[in-house]
Design a protein around this ligand. Sequence first.
Ligand code: 8YV
Length: 315
Amino acid sequence: MAEAELLCIGGYSDNDRAALDRDFAPRWLGGVDEIEGLPKADRDVIRAIAFKGHGTLGANQMDALPNLGLIANYGVGYDAIDVAAASERDIKVTNTPDVLNDDVADLAVAMLLAQSRRIVQGSDWVRSGTWAKQGEMALNRKVSGGRAGIVGLGRIGREIADRLAAFKMQIHYHSRSEKDVPDGWVYHADPVSLASAVDYLVVALVGGPETMGYVNAEAISALGPDGVIVNISRGTTIDEAAMLDALENGRLRGAALDVFLNEPDIDKRFMALDNVLLQPHQGSGTVETRAAMGQLQRDNIANFLAGRELVTPVN
Ligand code: 8YV
């Protein structure tokens, strides 16, 4: 039997795993750290990696695979991959953009609503019998008509803004440049100006070194004690320590977070906070969208192995 040309790395669903097995008869690894331990003869035949996860895939791993020509990322964000190192080695990188925009935007809006209207606490109030014993729960906060600030008006940010506009919210945004947006949306040249103008700051930036700590202590303080942060991007885009301090000390009303530093072993301080809604990085986690992401990843791999044009190249 021919040696596998494709290396699959990460935790895939049963469906994705079966489809990769069917299409490519690949070799499977649990994580990037296992690459260098493979026998040289096995490493030498690898031409492509199907990558899923958030561990770093860098120059050392690329150098261990001398015939590597493609890293096909399962996800729109490819901050775990050293793309500069890949380009230097003539290795192509692909991702899975667009197919997940709706799901990530849906979750951002659901999280914003759930945090403000205390939906999880409301459910607990009923289930625990507290409603029957103590009556109404404490009042929560109105979303419709509020001011939303989107940090990063890319494809996902725009989907979030469109949804929040339907909730009669005033839309403010910050991006590298002004965008073509509906009348009335307000552009801010920097995140601090944006934060000082809104009640809800929704972070939809790409991850990576350029956006590290982009929502910094100054922006958090500008948002103020009545402000709420929603993050569906990457844990790295916010100064997490500054956010935790502000949440613990009443300098922020709350947060709704799908992403963190050091996932899944997130900072324990989050667990003690009643004003934070926590989600397990599940923005794209629907059956439908994960199927589309898997298909796009496989299409990129198939095209590469057949010498055809890549569907969604990054570099
Ligand atoms: C993950 C994501 O890729 O697309 C992204 O950038 O963060 C997610 O969709 C997904 O959790 C698979 O690891």
